[in-house]
Design a protein around this ligand. Sequence first.
Ligand code: FES
Length: 302
Amino acid sequence: MPEVRSLPDDISIPFEGSANLLKLLMDGAIPITHACGGSARCSTCRVRILEGSEACSPRTAAESEIAGRLALPDEIRLACQTKVASSVSVQRLVLDAEDEALSSLLRADIGPAGCDRELAVLFADVAGYTALADALPAYDIVHVLNRFFNAAEKGIVAAGGCIDNYMGDAVMALFGLDHEEAPALAAVTAGLALLEAAESVSKYVQALYDRTFAIRVGVHFGPVVVGALGGANTRRETAIGDAVNVASRVEAASKETGTRFLVSDDVRKLTREQVRFGRSFDLELRGKEGRFCVHEVEGLVE
Ligand code: FES
């Protein structure tokens, strides 16, 4: 007789014929969450099909709509919308009240689950920030940073990117989130705009405080996971993953190479027709294993 095996409970429920997966799990006293009562509105009955995906019915229209909204991969199914015809092994994904609060679509602010993407990631921060912050009163440093961030935002958005986060004196931006073409070139274009913005801020800082203002920029292109991260009340969409770490390290490498704008080898390969490159450096990136080749950006090809 076919059976549904549920994890992490490690309980198997035998059944006959074709049966609704949620009903089977409930009949087997599995504590499967089903906040909307099985009407395809909450997504809390989601399970991962570990074995036997061929035994599952295709997604219903309602499940397809939710799966599209949340970017659910094929192996994640809504139990209430799935019929099984032979043995399957499933893993419950919403295990307790906290999981439910974080994932129920009955909350208005739930966004897509994590999905794999390839994006260009840009990091920029202020060179010599500590010395500048030590020299200027707190009010003035906030004002100067906001003046730069305001110009940086314009450059990033004009190039087709979006600001992901501000971290103290640093900004992180993503390119390609909405599947725009040539995200690596867009990120390099934005990086050049940021350098121009910093020059203009530097004139301002020079006039007011008799000091210079400069930034460092780094760009990398690679795979990331995009998803809504954060506590239930502070969640926002962001990107995490190795490409983000590498972009940050490429930016930091500007310090040891004495450059203002570095990109990874992947970005150079994608933009070599449109971008003028200067020196190349073969170096270790902090926190990464192996050696990386990074390239100095001089400008766009005329
Ligand atoms: S129980 Fe709500 S979507 Fe399945």
